[in-house]
Design a protein around this ligand. Sequence first.
Ligand SMILES: Cc1ncc(COP(=O)(O)O)c(C=O)c1O
Length: 353
Amino acid sequence: MNDPIALARPEIRTLAAYEHASWESGFERLHANELPWRAITDHTLAGLNRYPEPHPAALAALLADLYGVLPQQALPCRGSDEAIDLVVRAFCAAGRDAVILCPPTFGMYAVATRVQGAAVVTIPLLRDKGFALDVDAIEARCARGDVKLIFLCTPNNPTGNALEPASVTRILHSSAGRALVVADEAYLEFAAADSLAPLIAQFPHLVVLRTLSKAFGLAGARIGTLIADVRLVSLLRNVLPPYAIAQPCIEAAQQALAPAQQRLARERVAAIVSERARLGAALRELPAVAHVWPSEANFLLVEFDDPAGALARLRKARLLVRDFRDRPGLERALRITVGSPEQNDRLVRSLAC
Ligand SMILES: Cc1ncc(COP(=O)(O)O)c(C=O)c1O
């Protein structure tokens, strides 16, 4: 039987949620020990003297609508970073459980796992196959019984490729009843691939992570969404602290999700996708560049004959890129975020000279 709740830590399954002050409109709030006056500098709609809504329902509904899922399936978090931490804390017991990661991949999966005291099991992506998943190795390791979570990042950071849907489906089949599969879709808006979220109906042990940090340009507001089976969302809501999302961030996200702003976000994503192709083509022409990996995200993984020299030239041009030379298999690689056309031109010029 594939009951994802049964995989959670026993203490979490029986956890009583914190009883926050009731959230009702139409009353004077004399129940939460707040100050009755706003700060003079407070320009929010709701007032920063008030606690925000403990778990913001209207924001959850907007995010659910954006991602095409039920409102009860969407849990707003402080960025997907918090969602990653949340699933690890709720499902992995220190010193007992393990988490599968497929490097090179996003670093927070390993950090959250180590903070929790769970074991990090790495099953590297297959570089020779365009950084594809090693499904056989994942299945074999998962069969040993201690793996509670499998993190899959699609499109993957820093390699940029979207994972093969057939490989993900195989993993979903073989992990049912054993482990949760967490599909991090932080960059999905820049990809041709579809979200895996519709598969939750068939595979209730699938968790999908989305974020407003990338395509919506709200990295500073820290709004991520954990999408999962309704029962899983209820369980994880009890673990998330109440009032986690600050009022200015709730308001910023609600404004960014208005129809006109969503149209603008889609136009900007299209502009980045087109710049990604232009930048990739320009980089491939440069003698200093050994390889530009195909990307479905808003960055390019680029290999250089002399990565240290390339970094030095970019720094001289006051351009920061991400250095991945310490990661196995990426010894010559830098990750370059696709910027504005002007920024991209400047980057190419500085590498050409
Ligand atoms: C794959 C991936 N997941 C999650 C995040 C974190 O996103 P958020 O800003 O929503 O915490 C990042 C940030 O770079 C990322 O690359």
